[in-house]
Ligand binder design. Structure first.
Ligand code: ZN
Length: 151
């Protein structure tokens, strides 16, 4: 695993914010965009796709991960998520569990405000399958403008 370059990070931010435009959210009106950066330098975007039967909807982060996995990507640098609120929302429990399945320990999860500032960062600290691992994640979340997000 490597950190994103400055150029990759700038693209990640742009693509994450733009991904919100693909959201299908007629029920919540809560747009979410996500973007996954692979170690080979590919960007895979996702958006939330809701359903009248609430559990059948899928979050932006999982949309990006499912696209990546089904397209053959296995190694990831980071993932980012953006909403229309500030501070940005953090990934839900099901998305965290999906990231745990496919992402390395230490892989950063960036949360962007609508104007592209980082309002949070989480790091997966454990590959434990159970919920305890995600309590660790929550505590590593950083609020405020983050400096040094990229190498
Ligand atoms: Zn989610």
């Amino acid at each position: 695993m490597r950190p994103p370059t400055k150029e990759e990070f700038d693209q990640l931010r742009e693509k994450t914010l733009a991904a919100r435009e693909s959201a299908y959210c007629p029920y919540s009106k809560f747009r979410v965009g996500a973007c996954l950066l692979t170690t080979s330098g590919s960007f895979i975007t996702g958006a939330n796709v809701e359903n009248a039967s609430y559990p059948a909807g899928i979050c932006a982060e999982r949309t990006a991960l499912v696209k990546a996995i089904t397209e053959g990507h296995k190694d990831f640098v980071c993932i980012a998520v953006a909403t229309d609120i500030n501070p940005a929302a953090s990934p839900c429990g099901i998305c965290r569990q999906t990231m745990r399945e496919f992402c390395d320990v230490g892989m950063p999860v960036y949360m962007f405000t609508p104007d592209g500032k980082i309002s949070g960062r989480m790091i997966c600290q454990s590959k434990q399958w159970n919920r305890a691992a995600w309590h660790e994640l929550e505590r590593t979340r950083l609020m405020g403008e983050h400096v040094g997000a990229f190498a």
